[in-house]
Design a protein around this ligand. Structure first.
Ligand code: ISE
Length: 361
């Protein structure tokens, strides 16, 4: 299993290096990572060992022992606060992997310091904070922030997107998606996290695949799973409708599922395009056939994270922006807030966006 995963992401990164080129204005990008929990540590490891032209020079965490331990392991400096890290002259660019509620403040501080910033999803916990971030970028006259919607870099999703964009399959009509988790990895899982932390990926990827914007969203009640590992509705059925009339259904299981299983099928005028399952051997033994599945996102998407962080590093080095923007973070936040409203109203709710600021057009 391990060998198979390693091979998968090595292949992805190689593919990326072959096809992608970027300008060179900085020798190595000196990156400061805020947040040394599960995802923060994997990003430090990735940036240190896999990503070309990246160097982690600083880390910070609300729990200073966590930052000290990572700093010791990777030979970088531990700062007491994220703000000190952002404003340090040993940091060219900032990666935010701290808790969700702290994202917006650190993004705003990075923009104020004129530094490029990669922020794990969600960009912020409210649409208003996303608007503040967009105003700061509009004032700066450029996009400095990339949001960590890593599925946009997964080879399966990018292949679906290229096929849709080629026009060969005709127009997209419907999307059927499934996001099934066995458990949640770390954190305090309550209330709205099934939308804010789980469904947020489908919210982003579906509008990216369809090149469309949402007009309404609805959450449909489902019989609840007794295996749920927190205080949140599970499972949920989400429906989204776009301006062009595309209907998207998303099954969300935040915990209790048989495996970590991500599925997406796009129905177009002429085709059905399905996200491939990650490569795996099919074992036949004892009068049965088996295909192993994965247990969480860190096994399923390492290749996507590698490609994403390489693309970000290349863009920082070349002084250009890349990938999902603060606008995408804002749309996701508004859509999530609307779906949460629908959990309580049990009705279809309209999704209303502000006018897109010129820096994102
Ligand atoms: C987690 O935060 C993620 O981002 C994963 O991609 C998602 O599948 C998981 O359910 C979330 O908890």
């Amino acid at each position: 299993m391990q060998t198979r995963l390693k091979h998968t992401y090595e292949k992805c990164v190689t593919k990326y290096f072959v096809y992608k080129t970027g300008g060179e204005t900085m020798d190595k990008v000196r990156i400061g990572v805020i947040g040394c929990g599960h995802i923060g540590k994997t990003h430090v490891e990735r940036l240190s060992n896999k990503i070309a032209n990246a160097e982690v020079t600083a880390v910070a965490d609300y729990f200073s022992e966590a930052a000290d331990a990572v700093a010791k392991q990777y030979g970088c400096k531990a700062f007491k606060t994220g703000e000190e890290l952002i404003n340090s002259d040993i940091v060219d660019a900032v990666l935010i992997a701290s808790n969700d509620a702290s994202h917006a403040g650190f993004v705003l501080e990075s923009i104020k310091a004129g530094k490029r910033v990669f922020c794990e999803k969600p960009l912020a916990t409210t649409p208003d904070e996303c608007i503040q971030i967009m105003e700061a970028e509009q004032k700066a006259g450029k996009k400095l922030c990339q949001v960590g919607f890593m599925r946009r870099y997964d080879p399966g999703y990018t292949e679906i997107k290229s096929f849709i964009d080629s026009g060969k399959a005709g127009l997209p009509l419907m999307l059927h998606e499934k996001h099934r988790n066995m458990y949640q990895t770390g954190g305090d899982f309550k209330g709205e996290m099934a939308i804010n932390a789980v469904c947020i990926h489908e919210i982003d990827i579906s509008r990216w695949l369809t090149n469309d914007e949402y007009v309404s969203g609805q959450v449909i009640k489902v019989r609840q799973n007794r295996e749920t590992d927190g205080d949140y509705p599970n499972p949920l059925m989400v429906l989204l409708k776009t301006k062009n009339g595309v209907v998207i259904d998303v099954e969300i299981q935040s915990s209790g599922a048989y495996a970590y299983d991500i599925q997406c099928e796009v129905i177009t005028e002429k085709a059905s395009i399905k996200l491939p399952d990650p490569p795996s051997c099919n074992y036949r033994m004892n009068i049965e056939a088996k295909m192993p599945l994965m247990s969480d996102w860190s096994q399923r998407f390492p290749g996507a994270y590698d490609i994403e962080l390489q693309a970000w590093t290349d863009a920082v080095q070349a002084g250009r922006d890349e990938g999902p923007s603060a606008w995408d973070g804002y749309v996701a936040a508004v859509t999530a807030a609307t779906l949460i409203k629908s959990i309580y109203s049990e009705k279809e709710e309209n999704i209303e966006l502000i006018e897109k600021p010129s820096v994102y057009r």
